[in-house]
Design a protein around this ligand. Structure first.
Ligand code: BTN
Length: 266
């Protein structure tokens, strides 16, 4: 896999020597954070054929079967304060959509904030994690990408079979995993170059990709269940919601369900 990837990366790709490949790993994000603490440079990539403890947002598991998906993490050192990086997950999401579109001809949507979707099903996800100093400066960020590539419906575990899909299932084509991986890496590096200077453009693209906007949603936190309409994405990538009681609020956490997606109906 590493050899195939290196052979399709352009010769001027800047960080080839910092790409680490694993046949199996617990989580590329977990190990990227360990390398980050040890001083690994900007652009370091961890890539795995399978993960034994792949993680998603809200403490969920990301099912990462052998050779059927892309599981990678890129370490970034943007040199800024955490408050300037709140839109990182959105930026990574649209960057991955660019890569998938360029390789497969299909552009996924994004269910706020970090789920890659097609139709009503989940295709993959983004997990970003920050390491900060005491003043809130970003020591490093880890951007984790998981994409279901070759699974058929029967390959998914029972609990996610009805809500998960893969690129092969959607496109009915073979997926060139090394080529898509190489394209994602280039897209993520390009995104990291523009992250601070092109925030407006990044968020404009994210608003186009985000399938949540304009939809009826429910927001679940440990203490509440509320309903509203997703009205906008703000400058930090947070979701602006018009609640059914008439007030508008910006939401940055909790589980957001869209009516009609992932089996959510009421
Ligand atoms: C989500 O579904 O909430 C996000 C899923 C992110 C999964 C990727 S796979 C590579 C990286 N390593 C992890 O443990 N998680 C991310």
């Amino acid at each position: 896999m590493l050899h195939s990837l290196l052979s399709v990366l352009p010769t001027d790709y800047p960080c080839k020597e910092n790409i680490h490949f694993f046949e199996a790993i617990d989580s590329t994000n977990t190990q990227a954070k360990t390398l980050g603490m040890q001083g690994a440079p900007h652009g370091t990539v961890l890539l795995a054929k399978r993960q034994t403890a792949g993680r998603g947002r809200l403490g969920r598991t990301f099912h990462s079967p052998d050779g059927q998906g892309i599981y990678l993490s890129m370490l970034l050192r943007p040199g800024c304060h955490a408050t300037q990086l709140m839109h990182l997950t959105c930026a990574a999401g649209s960057a991955v959509c660019d890569a998938i579109e360029s390789v497969t001809g299909l552009r996924p949507g994004i269910k706020w904030t970090n789920d890659l979707v097609f139709g009503k099903k989940k295709l993959g996800g983004i997990l970003t994690e920050l390491s900060l100093d005491n003043a809130g400066n970003v020591l490093f960020a880890v951007v984790g990408i998981g994409i279901n590539c070759t699974q058929k419906s029967e390959d998914f575990p029972d609990d996610i079979r009805d809500i998960a899909t893969s690129l092969a299932e959607i496109t009915k084509k073979n997926i060139d995993i090394p080529l898509l991986t190489a394209t994602i890496l280039q897209s993520l590096l390009a995104m990291s170059d523009q992250l601070l200077s092109h925030r407006e453009d990044i968020l404009a693209q994210y608003r186009k990709d985000c399938v949540t906007l304009g939809k009826e949603i429910s927001i679940v936190t440990p203490s509440s269940l509320r309903h509203g309409i997703a009205a906008d994405i703000d400058q930090d990538g947070a979701l602006v919601v018009d609640f059914s009681d008439g007030h508008r609020e910006t939401v940055n956490s909790g589980e957001v369900s869209i009516r009609g997606m992932y089996g959510y109906l009421s």
